[in-house]
Design a protein around this ligand. Sequence first.
Ligand SMILES: [Zn+2]
Length: 446
Amino acid sequence: MFPIIAELLQRFNDRLDTRAIIIEENALEEGLDALTSYLPEGPWLVAGDDNTWKAAGQDLAARLNEAGLSWSRYTVEVPSDGSDPICEDGRIAAFQQALVQTNSTAAIAVGSGTVNDIVKLASHNEGIPMASVGTAPSMNGYTSGIAAVLSDGVKTTVPCTAPLVVIADIDVMAEAPYRMICSGLGDLMSKPVSNADWQLSAWLNGTFHSDEAMEIIEAGAAMLDGVAPALPDRDRQAVAGLTASLMLSGLAMSVAGSSSPASGGEHLISHFIDMTAIAFDEPHDFHGCQVGVGTITSGLLYEKLQALDPASIDIDARVDALLPWNEYEELLRERFGPLFESVVKHAKPAYPSPEDLRRRLTLLCDEWDYLKTNVRRTLRTGQSLEDELRAANCPVRFSELGVEPDRARRAIVHSKDIRNRYTILHLAWELGLLDEWAEEALETLA
Ligand SMILES: [Zn+2]
């Protein structure tokens, strides 16, 4: 259905774990062949929660039985308060134990983000292969070699083996809860700003950047043409485009060996919302819905950066204003409370020395045009990002995510400390402008 996907799997065969991606109507038909071709002979452990089992698990179970394959079912419990299950250490350990107890030779995840991440990481830890049967086009992790985990209260991504086979039935994907479809679009809409962050970091810090991954990301972006306005009708072609684009986004991360091509400051804003939701029992939304609002925010911050006169940057003053690490650490302790111990591990290696800061800001000012040419190339305005999300009825305001104004402000100004990856949030902070720009962005987003 998508020749480019088969082409990429072939071309990057040596770097990718994934051998087959099947996106079509009635995908389990061809999918079963792929499972038996690429997974070792059973028993297989098939995991899903009650909802994903209804969406695709039952159909898969019937087909496995019909083919006489050996398998057993593992139920990922949904919390009794009705909240979404989370991929955290305890659930990963429980699935690993089940794999051992059932002598399974392979695992199959039936579900989207959380179920996939649990199965992916647990299987990886046990050294056994896995496959994914998707139930919602809600995130780009199906084909990625990383899993998002809540570990010690902090959202982190952990490298792991990607699924050998990914199966996405278009009818199943199209009938997913609509908010999950919004989440998939929101996750992909981050591309213009996450790529700008990636480029920004490569420029100012010399970090790794991959043209091959960018090429895949661009191909994925092209698949989103005209998709947003057709999603509310659950148009099959639009859902197929969204699903394929998500798969390409995951492949780009796998080819780059990092989530950088698809995750910048907008993801930190989303991760901050998740972390505080769990630690302080506050509301949150699907990953990509939060990423969508974070993306509009990042887009607005980049507009502020581009409007800045580099002559106004007083490098000496910025270096003088840099707090010594131990004083900044105390600030973090106040800000993050019970999350401090986990956050500080990520914040410390990212904290600049006065020399780092001077070098980076000098480079920024000296080569300011690079911002206007290379970094800007992928960018879009906050408004155009918002318009596309609106066309699909996706949330575009923090209030629509249940995030009240002060928490939204903290998500923008404090989330840079939860991961060691340079983004627009870090640069704005180093320029001493993050608080001001955050207030202005929030006014625009009120
Ligand atoms: Zn994401």
